[in-house]
Design a protein around this ligand. Structure first.
Ligand code: FES
Length: 157
């Protein structure tokens, strides 16, 4: 009769258990270190996968959400990509893209923004405001789009 610990299945089960334990304790250790680090030393931004380049038709706008759930409007043109925070600079409502009008529109006070994010009508136009932009990283080799977003810490404020 074979001992359970010496069978191939037993060795495989032990190895998988070891990998699971190392992964779990490693993750716990990293999170613990991040918790102990002063906030000013923690990374403030991180790159968020925002899809494949092919997911973005030229001339279109696609909505993704940052780590806090805020919508970000990513526009692709022949020149490249631009990411706009969908938060209206007037009073914080969410703007959306209107493809037929080729503009961003804020429904709260009829704020209108050109495709480059510059306000031209409604309160944002009157105040000379524009939509905030977020940094992006385009990996042409991998064909992937990344958005630089605020890091969200698991730490209580
Ligand atoms: S909140 Fe957008 S126009 Fe007022």
């Amino acid at each position: 009769m074979r001992d359970e610990g010496t069978t191939r299945r037993g060795v495989l089960a032990s190895a998988l258990m070891g990998v699971g334990l190392v992964t779990a304790y490693g993750t716990l250790g990293v999170q613990g270190l991040l918790f102990l680090l002063p906030k000013r030393l923690q990374p403030r931004t991180r790159l968020l996968f925002a899809g494949r380049i092919d997911d973005y038709p030229v001339g279109g706008v696609r909505t993704v959400h940052d780590l806090e759930g805020t919508p970000v409007l990513i526009r692709r043109t022949e020149e490249g990509f631009t990411a706009f925070d969908a938060t209206c600079p007037h009073l914080g409502c969410k703007v959306h893209w209107e493809p037929d009008e080729d503009r961003f529109f804020c429904p709260c006070h009829k704020g209108m923004f050109h495709a480059d994010g510059v306000g031209y009508a409604g309160p944002p136009g009157d105040a000379g405001q524009r939509l905030s932009e977020l940094n992006m990283k385009i990996d042409d080799v991998a064909g992937v789009v990344y958005l630089e977003v605020k890091a969200v810490s698991g730490r209580l404020a």
